[in-house]
Design a protein around this ligand. Structure first.
Ligand SMILES: Nc1nc2c(c(=O)[nH]1)N[C@H]1C(S)=C(S)[C@@H](COP(=O)(O)O)O[C@H]1N2
Ligand SMILES: [Mo]
Length: 410
C-alpha cells in the first residue's frame, strides 16, 4: 500500500535531474539515472533513479522492496538533514502503517523485574523528555565505493543524516520495569516483517551498558515533527554514536535479557573482522574468536559544497564546505589538502551542536588553472582519524577513506 511510486511528471527523471539536482550534477563521471556518488558500481549507477516515496523528496532509489533510498548530496548543505530528504533503509518488505492509537510498546524479558506496556502518551508524560542532535548513519554507507566491490545495497555518500531527536531515555523506561543484575543485553523488535515466514525478522540487541547510557533514547520526534513513517513512526530507538542498524524503527517490544540474542541480523550480519578497526565501544557478549558486531561510527568527513568534476574559477578564492562526524568523541580538527596529500591545512570548524552531531567546516583556497584535487580528513577528540584507503571488509562497513574530490579550474 505504501509502495505507490509517486508520479514525477511526464518528463520523469530527466526533468528531475535539472530541477532537483541539476546544480550539483557534474559534467563528468555520473550516469544518466540519478546523481549517484562517483565510484559506485556501474550497474548501480545505471539503474539508480530519483524517486519520491510518499512524504519524501525525490531521493536516490537503490531498491524498492525493501525501500532503500539515499539522500542526494545537495541536502547536506545544512548541518541538520531535512526530514523529507532523510535517507530510508529497510531490510524487510512488509512495513505497516502504524496506528498510534492501538500501538503499544511492550517492555519485559527474563532480566526485567516485571513486564509493562506503554502507550505513546505514557512515554511522553511519564518520563523526562530530552533532545539530542545525532547522526544516523548506515554501517554500509559508501559500501558502493568499496574496492573491490562487495555485495549489499551499493550506497554512495548519502546513507546518513543528522537530526534533532526528541524522546525519553531508554534507561528511565527500563528502570521503571526494573533491570535485574544479570541483565547482559537489551533486545528489541519493530513492526515491519518479511513477506514470507522464511525471512528472518529484524531483531537487534545492544549491550546492557549501552541501553543504560543516557544518550540512548526512545524518540518520537525528529526535527520538531513526529517521525516520518519511513523513519520509524511512531517511535524509534536512537543509539547516538552507534551505526544505524541499532536504531530500530516502528519499535514494538523491548526485552531485557540475561543471555545474548541470536538470529541472522546479529550474526552473521553486521559483523567486523576482529582487530581490523580501532574499536572503542565493545560488545563483549556477542564477540567471537574472529569477529565482533559493529558498534560506533568511525571518524569521517564529506565535502558538500562541490560535486565530483565540478568546474571552478581559477585564480579566485574558493570556499569549500563540508561536514565531519564520528561516534561521539567529538570532532577535534578537519584538515584539507589541495596538493594531493603532501601538505594539510586546518579548516575552520562551524557550529557545535554536540558531540553526536555533524560538525560543519569550511576552507578557502585559490585553485590554479587545470586539474585540482581537494582532500579532507577529520580527527576526533581521541586522536582517531581517517585512512587514505578504506579498510577492506567483506560487508563494506565503516568506509571512511579520505575523500578525494577532483575539480576543473579554468
Ligand atoms: N524496523 C526497522 N528498523 C530499522 C531497520 C529495519 O530494517 N527495520 N534498519 C536499520 C538500519 S540498518 C538503518 S541504517 C537505519 C536507517 O534509518 P532510516 O531509515 O530512518 O534512515 O534504520 C534501522 N532501523
Ligand atoms: Mo544500516
Amino acid at each position: 500500500m505504501l509502495y505507490r511510486r509517486q508520479v514525477l511528471g511526464a518528463a520523469g527523471r530527466g526533468a528531475l535531474m535539472v530541477g532537483a539536482a541539476g546544480l550539483l550534477r557534474p559534467r563528468l563521471g555520473w550516469a544518466e539515472g540519478a546523481p549517484v556518488s562517483p565510484g559506485v558500481p556501474s550497474g548501480t549507477a545505471a539503474s539508480a533513479v530519483l524517486d519520491a516515496l510518499p512524504g519524501k523528496k525525490p531521493l536516490i532509489k537503490l531498491s524498492y522492496r525493501p525501500p532503500n533510498y539515499e539522500t542526494p548530496l545537495q541536502y547536506f548543505g545544512d548541518v541538520i538533514t531535512p526530514n523529507d530528504a532523510f535517507f530510508v533503509r529497510y531490510h524487510l518488505s512488509y512495513i505497516p502503517e502504524v496506528d498510534v492509537n492501538t500501538w503499544r510498546l511492550k517492555v519485559g524479558g527474563d532480566a526485567a523485574e516485571k513486564a509493562m506496556e506503554f502507550t505513546l502518551a505514557d512515554l511522553q508524560g511519564g518520563f523526562e523528555q530530552v533532545e539530542l542532535v545525532a547522526v544516523n548513519q548506515c554501517s554500509g554507507n559508501r559500501r558502493g565505493l568499496s574496492n573491490p566491490h562487495v555485495q549489499g545495497v551499493e550506497w554512495g555518500y548519502g546513507a546518513m543524516g543528522n537530526a534533532r531527536w526528541k524522546g525519553v531515555r531508554l534507561k528511565d523506561v527500563l528502570e521503571k520495569a526494573g533491570v535485574k543484575k544479570e541483565a547482559i543485553e537489551v533486545a528489541y523488535d519493530g513492526a515491519d516483517s518479511g513477506v514470507t515466514d522464511k525471512t528472518p525478522d529484524f531483531v537487534k540487541s545492544i549491550p546492557a551498558w549501552r541501553a543504560l547510557d543516557e544518550n540512548t533514547l526512545l524518540a518520537w520526534e525528529m526535527n520538531g515533527e513526529p517521525l516520518p513513517h519511513w523513519n520509524g513512526y511512531p517511535l524509534r530507538l536512537v543509539v547516538a554514536g552507534w551505526t544505524g542498524t541499532y536504531w530500530m524503527k516502528h519499535l514494538t517490544s523491548i526485552e531485557v535479557r540475561s543471555q545474548p540474542l541470536g538470529g541472522f541480523w546479529m550474526n552473521p550480519a553486521y559483523r567486523l573482522p576482529k582487530g581490523k578497526f580501532p574499536l572503542v565501544d565493545r560488545f563483549v557478549s556477542q564477540e567471537t574468536e574472529t569477529n565482533t558486531p559493529i558498534t560506533e561510527m568511525v571518524v569521517n568527513s564529506l565535502i558538500t559544497s562541490l560535486a565530483e568534476g565540478a568546474q571552478v574559477a581559477a585564480g579566485q578564492a574558493l570556499e569549500v564546505k563540508g561536514l565531519a562526524w564520528d561516534g561521539g568523541r567529538g570532532i577535534q580538527t578537519v584538515e584539507v589538502s589541495t596538493d594531493g596529500g603532501q601538505s594539510w591545512r586546518l579548516a575552520a570548524l562551524g557550529e557545535d551542536l554536540g558531540r553526536y552531531s555533524f560538525r560543519p567546516w569550511s576552507f578557502r583556497f585559490t585553485p590554479a588553472a587545470g586539474a585540482q584535487s581537494v582532500m579532507v580528513k577529520a580527527t576526533n577528540a581521541i586522536g582517531a582519524s581517517q585512512p587514505l584507503q578504506a579498510l577492506f571488509n567483506g560487508a563494506g562497513y565503516h568506509h571512511n577513506a579520505v575523500q578525494v574530490l577532483n575539480l576543473q579550474a579554468a
